[in-house]
Design a protein around this ligand. Structure first.
Ligand code: FES
Length: 407
């Protein structure tokens, strides 16, 4: 027995507006004792959670991992307990056990806990817990929103398929993200850790049914960040391809953790439409948009997004329809930077489809103003002056560009 320094999260009552996000969307799995997982800290739309540190008396409990008994402190997450006994969580995007979101949405950190697949990042370790790390034969899970038919699609939806009248894609949005964008445009999905998870087959069946009801030429997987749970995503695309031999299968990703072999595996599984979102032209802007304050991590993500875009264009232009996405708001991006983005994309391929989103106020950045239509048209003009041939800008009156799309 000894003293331990522990991270805890408490509610800042002065900021809490009782929106109930923490009761209905991002729900604590250990309400009797905070385990310092930080999921609620990142999820609260009103930033009404504070991290504190306190000394606690160390109390050891017993757990069994793959038949071997260990003593670990109580009051911590299963993930932390596993790390303490030497279990390795691999880098995000790898095959095997990873923990890329730490929010409870992606299920990439799940192992068998007392016989059930469960997430290690947000669940507390308990005395007598029996854990199995051997999950190769267990179907992976992930929290899914949708499917719903979509008239507009995403940054990589081929512009020539959008007519503004019919549905162009059947889409799902998956929970969990490795970014912490303060203006997250889809935060009810991103921070959802309480929705019922689906297997890849269940998600593929629902998407296929949606596609056949609405007769959409495409099926899309967006988020959150879909790439966080590799096994789930690859199996989803395999199932989708088997059920929909001729359909365009679209992955909408931030591109931060995609590697060349991951992209190869996705294409092999049947994915033939990929959107990557480097979001910005400069690292500082990227950090502002994504909320990643650790400069070296932000640089890694930012560089990777641009690199994987290049790889996709070089290697798969003939097989995969590719799109790039950027996030404009004068709050963080100048027109000079827009021109730099134009130059960077033109150096990769001036014909590449580029979609610039007019980020609107939501989540924690409710004070920003949505860019005007004129501003977005100026962004479009600048990019076209840098030689880009396929520029689409999102505006409050719809997407403007080739194949203008109503919102
Ligand atoms: S890392 Fe645990 S659910 Fe994403």
């Amino acid at each position: 027995m000894g003293e331990l320094r522990r991270r805890r999260v408490i509610v800042d009552e002065g900021r809490c507006v009782e929106c109930d996000f923490c009761k209905t969307v991002n729900v604590c799995r250990s309400p009797d004792q905070c385990i310092g997982c930080l999921s609620c800290f990142y999820a609260c739309p009103y930033e009404a959670r504070i991290i504190i540190e306190e000394e606690v008396e160390e109390r050891l409990i017993k757990i069994t991992v793959d038949g071997v008994e260990y003593n670990v402190p109580d009051g911590i997450s299963v993930k932390e307990a596993l790390q303490r006994i030497g279990v390795e969580f691999k880098p995000p995007g790898s095959r095997g056990l990873t923990a890329p979101c730490n929010l409870g949405g992606c299920w990439a950190c799940a192992v068998l806990i007392n016989g059930e697949l469960e997430r290690t990042c947000i669940n507390p370790v308990r005395d007598g817990m029996k854990i199995s790390l051997n999950i190769d034969e267990v179907e992976p899970l992930r929290i899914v929103h949708g499917p719903e038919p979509h008239r507009v699609g995403g940054k990589a939806t081929p512009w020539f398929e959008v007519d503004g009248y019919g549905y162009v894609e059947s889409a799902i949005w998956v929970a969990g993200c490795n970014l912490r964008c303060p203006q997250c445009q889809n935060y009810y999905v991103t921070y959802d850790n309480s929705g019922k998870p689906l297997t890849p087959r269940e998600a593929a069946e629902r998407l296929t049914e949606c596609r056949s009801i609405y007769n959409t030429p495409g099926i899309a997987v967006s988020g959150g960040e879909p790439t966080l749970n590799r096994r789930w995503l690859i199996e989803l695309f395999r199932n989708l391809r088997e059920m929909n031999p001729k359909t365009r299968l679209h992955l909408d990703s931030n591109g931060t953790i995609l590697t060349e072999d991951y992209v190869d595996e996705l294409v092999e599984a049947g994915c033939n439409n990929i959107g990557v979102e480097p979001k910005a032209g400069r690292l500082d802007t990227y950090m502002t948009i994504t909320g990643i304050n650790d400069r070296s991590l932000a640089e890694k993500y930012f560089t990777n997004s641009w690199k994987i875009l290049e790889y996709l264009v070089e290697r798969y232009s003939d097989k995969v329809y590719i799109g790039a996405g950027f996030a404009y708001n004068s709050e963080w991006m100048s027109f000079e930077e827009v021109a730099e983005i134009g130059d960077k994309v033109a150096a990769i391929d001036p014909r590449l489809q580029v979609t610039v989103l007019d980020y609107f106020p939501t989540f924690r950045r409710r004070y920003i103003k949505r860019p005007s239509v004129d501003e977005m048209l100026k962004v479009k003009k600048i990019l076209e002056e840098r030689g880009l041939k396929t520029v689409i800008v999102q505006t409050r009156i719809g997407h403007i560009g080739p194949g203008d799309r109503s919102a």
